[in-house]
Design a protein around this ligand. Sequence first.
Ligand code: HEM
Length: 481
Amino acid sequence: MSILFATQGIEGPAKKFIHGNTKEIMSIKQQSMKYPMEITHDIFPRVQPHFYSWMKLYGMNFLTWAGLQPHMVITELELAKEILNDKEGMNPKIKIRGIVKKLLGDGLVVAEGEKWSKVRKLANHAFYAENLKDMVPAMIASVEIMLEKWRDYEGKEIDVCKEFMVLGSEVISRTAFGSSYLEGKNIFEMLTRLGFIVAKSSKKYRFPCIEKIFRTEYDIESDRIVQSLRDSIMAIVKNREEKVMTGEADNFGSDFLGSLLKVHHDSDKKNRISVDDVIDECKVFYIAGHETTSSLLSWTSLLLAIHPDWQEKARKEVLELYGKENPTSEGLARMKIVTMIINESLRLYSPAASLVRRVKSRVRLGKYEFPRNMELHIPQLALHRYPEIWGEDAHLFKPDRFAEGVAKATKNNPMAFLPFGSGPRTCIGLNFATNEVKIALSMVLQRYKFTSSPNYVHPPLLIITLRPLHGVQIMLEPVVV
Ligand code: HEM
């Protein structure tokens, strides 16, 4: 296989025996985490230092190895678009295994073919514009609960990262599953623990055959969590089913869980999805729906805390639109400044920092020929920072670049903005997430002015999503109108 790469002039760090480049990657990352980081938005060298240094050595596209598995890292925009926009299924999602498989199951994020299109249709419907409108009151109610607690922090420091994690969980519990945060609380705790185990175990490369024979303490713990997760989700499912069986409700509901259950009980066997599918989809939506959105809210709050001019502009817009009243779904569509700020935050701190695909069968992509099963990694954080695309000020927070919308934010590459991916697998929760973030920001800005606390330390860390390593501490001052 190496000959195929060499003859095409594909370069990359030397492949080491058994481990490929995994040990080197760990050591580069550890080295980079040793030093404190000043507050700069030039975070790519810190978050993905291995990609950063290898891009300088080997160019925009280069080869790395996870054990015996070749990974092509692609930061050339045209090639990235070709891969993501594949409609023939030639570049499917990667096959997950081990503990990641326990976390995501066969849910929508990783599913392929018929199964993917069936659930994608269901999810499209559940997150369709009209349904999103109906979710606004639940989002507002969740933010109100959060802000009630914030009263105790007036004039003091608060870690908004923790707050937004709870908010994200509350919102997805209420809107997608019709349950409260408390009901979903232990599900989130289990998913968070499983996410932590995934992050820990991804630091070591294990051969698939060894993985099955030698079980680590993490394997054992994750099995236990998966079983408890299943029990907890089943309790929510059974509760919903019972309401229909006893006549308390006349259908399963119009939220995502309701759509899943409707198909699970379809009178035509061919259309049905299994109970395992229902559980996997619930897990995926709990995970995808809250981590990313809370990460976006945390980074946006930090940006507004350190850029008071933009915080003031955002507040002015919010007060002009809603005064002291709660946001409305009509108002959300008219929020221009806040949308620009959210886009700039997504560009600089994309919560899902990399997109990954695999080569289904030997294929020509751009000028390269890739072998079957090769993994293709597209780090958005790199693409979002090219001065050739975004200008010499690419590392700076300048929401103005989005003043005329996403398509005109770059000189000549309307498709260079990829925080939600691109093509058929684009994020299904895009509008859901932006609504939630606009509502939360509006309600916070109506009530509080905030600055960054001296206790805030910057390093962002990539553990599945891009998170502030030590939280985002801000100082809250009530707005006097
Ligand atoms: C700021 C918030 C969010 C960001 C940045 C984000 C980012 C992404 C990205 C980049 C992808 C594409 C992955 C790929 O192409 O490999 C994706 C897919 C997905 N997202 Fe999101 N997401 C966010 C919020 C949400 C929410 C709120 C939900 C659910 C309520 C959600 C559900 C999904 C699902 C189910 C997929 C898989 C879609 C498919 O494969 O067909 N996401 N997301």
